[in-house]
Ligand binder design. Structure first.
Ligand SMILES: Cc1cc2nc3c(=O)[nH]c(=O)nc-3n(C[C@H](O)[C@H](O)[C@H](O)COP(=O)(O)O)c2cc1C
Length: 235
């Protein structure tokens, strides 16, 4: 099949895709066809990358392989299984503002919506553990990058990732990017036979939103343009 020859009309235009994309953390069991996932990935692979090296690889799971792997990781998380650690540092060693405040705001809002009281570490752990079932999504992706690549290639991975999330909106699907899987990269490498030269950068949950789930009412804010953009500009 030639890429794009069987693309259906998009369910929304690019502005609406960008506006409506958000991280969904509960999915309906409605399945997603394999061809749809292939089309999303073919579109996303149009993303730019420095000197067009396309440093991304994707491992797509649905059905039994998804259930088996997520059960294994969920069990490791629940049991605080030793020997697991993130494969790369995502967050700073030392949190500073304004990032710390924004991060706390997100956590507070999410826990409020799902009814987790401040300090209820058991419930927080259970909520975090939902990451490892891809929040019930029928499709789970892992995005990996060759260990030989340098920092710059992670830009390329970011453009690719966002393209997946936006293309998903074009099919009426929602998503959640998930760095939390990095913690269990050993299990993922082993279970899927992913070569050791690949770093598990993140997972992506993909599917139809569970519209009844309180966590999906989460609305994240953004700083106004003036807070992050500087214009030196003459007309
Ligand atoms: C690379 C990346 C990794 C992320 N990892 C997780 C994750 O592991 N679990 C999770 O619930 N959300 C994760 N998120 C989602 C962020 O929390 C979310 O994008 C942010 O709060 C803004 O909300 P929005 O996506 O709904 O606009 C991740 C986002 C990105 C871009």
């Amino acid at each position: 099949m030639t890429p794009f020859s069987d693309l259906p009309p998009a369910r929304c235009d690019v502005f609406e895709a960008m506006r409506s994309r958000r991280s969904v953390r509960a999915f309906s069991s409605r399945p997603v066809e394999r061809r749809v996932v292939e089309q999303i990935l073919e579109l996303a692979a149009r993303a730019p990358s420095g000197t067009n090296i396309q440093p991304w690889r994707v491992w797509a799971l649905s059905g039994r392989p998804l259930r088996d792997l997520t059960a294994r990781i969920t069990a490791a998380h629940a049991a605080d299984e030793p020997g697991h650690a993130e494969e790369y540092p995502y967050y700073p060693d030392q949190w500073v503002d304004p990032y710390l405040t924004r991060r706390r705001t997100l956590g507070r809002e999410l826990y409020r919506l799902v009814g987790i009281a401040k300090g209820d570490t058991e419930a927080m752990k259970r909520q975090h553990g939902r990451n490892y079932s891809f929040f019930g999504a029928p499709v789970g992706l892992f995005i990996t990058i060759d260990r030989a690549m340098n920092t710059g290639s992670w830009f390329d991975l970011g453009t690719f990732l966002q393209s997946i999330l936006l293309a998903a909106r074009g099919f009426g699907l929602h998503s959640c990017p998930q760095q939390s899987f990095s913690q269990y990269h050993k299990i993922i490498h082993q279970d899927l036979g992913i070569p050791g030269d690949q770093v598990i950068a993140c997972g992506v949950a993909l599917g139809y939103e569970d519209e009844t789930a309180p966590e999906n009412r989460l609305e994240t804010e953004r700083e106004p343009l003036s807070a992050f953009a500087t214009f030196n500009w003459t007309e």
